[in-house]
Design a protein around this ligand. Structure first.
Ligand code: M3P
Ligand code: FE
Length: 314
């Protein structure tokens, strides 16, 4: 019941041909649909629903909306009532508003980021099928990402002015959508200010994360790989394709994932990361990182967070 997992991200790109080369060649996604407005829809080989990434032509980069899939259509009515009772306006978009998707519940997180929920998306199957499948397909390119795993949204954070959209969003998704908090980064003299949170509905450490910054935006969309050797290969693929790598392969303290950050040609940050981290269970105690340990929390080996990592985003 309720939210199962991330469904798709709708990202703005400034040069569609360059974006497609990136998401197809470097990440290994495949195009499954195009619409009359020039939007291109793609999926990863290990996803069964028709698409997980929508590229929208634009004169700027960034995210338009992120969508999560709920288990049953009736969940949309239950969640709509809860979100409205929380004081947030919603809109139910009729079936067909987006290709291959049933009705969608649309609303804004307290930060202003648009979120949509849906229960139905056309199922086209994974590239290995579901009858006596091989472990991986032959014709998958580049990093061969398994699936879109999570998004990290940058949220306006200015505690001196009493603005903390990280805390606001966290409270909202916990209260309205039953997300569980797995990890948090606390700053301030008594570690009482929540500057970053990681939350889950699936059984992995995060399906969404919020980090405080100077303005709202997209920090990254992340794609899942199996293991550390796949992360190394993913970095090789990036080097071959002259992709701008932001952070070379390393490990997060938070979530324990092994990771690389890099940019698509429009400057949208991507992540490929490997490992399930740990089995996230609703009754697991929240892991807290304190501000003094922020370096190790984010980049466990170097222990250093470069300024651009939390100030440069789309
Ligand atoms: C992750 C992750 C930031 C931390 C990022 C962590 C932006 O991306 O997958 O755990 O500070
Ligand atoms: Fe991430």
């Amino acid at each position: 019941m309720g939210v199962m997992r991330i469904g798709h991200a709708n990202v703005k790109v400034m040069d569609m041909d360059a974006a497609l080369r990136h998401y197809e060649r470097v990440l290994g996604l495949k195009v499954t649909h195009r619409d009359a407005d020039g939007n291109v829809y793609l999926k990863c080989w290990d996803e069964w629903d028709k698409y997980s990434l929508i590229l929208t032509p634009s004169d700027e980069a960034g995210i338009r909306h992120v969508a999560y899939k709920v288990e049953r259509d009736a969940d949309l009515d239950v969640l709509q009532a809860r979100i409205e009772a929380y004081g947030t306006r919603t809109e139910m978009l009729p079936e067909g508003t987006m290709p291959a998707i049933g009705r969608m519940l649309k609303f804004k997180l307290p930060s202003g980021h648009e979120m949509r929920l849906y229960a139905h998306k056309e199922m086209v199957g994974t590239d290995v099928g579901s009858l006596n499948p091989d472990p991986w397909p032959d014709d998958v390119r580049g990093s061969a990402a398994h699936w879109l795993d999570h998004v990290l949204l940058m949220c306006e954070f200015d505690p001196e002015r009493g603005i903390n959209r990280v805390a606001d969003n966290t409270r909202f998704v916990q209260a309205c959508l039953d997300f569980y908090l797995s990890e948090q980064l606390m700053v301030g003299d008594d570690h009482s200010v929540q500057v970053a949170t990681w939350l889950f509905r699936s059984s992995t450490p995060h399906d969404i994360a919020f980090v405080g910054g100077p303005r709202n935006g997209l920090h990254h969309i992340a794609f899942f790989l199996d293991e550390w050797s796949d992360v190394l290969k993913s970095a090789d693929v990036m080097a071959k394709n002259r992709v701008k790598i932001d952070v070379a392969p390393t490990r997060h303290g938070i979530t324990r994932g092994t990771t690389i950050y890099f940019f698509d040609p429009s400057g949208n940050r991507n992540e490929t990361f490997a490992g399930l981290g740990y089995l996230a269970q609703p009754d697991r105690p929240v892991t807290t990182w304190t501000g003094e340990e922020i370096g190790r929390a984010i980049f466990y080996h170097s222990g250093e967070l470069n300024e651009a990592f939390t100030t440069v985003y789309t």
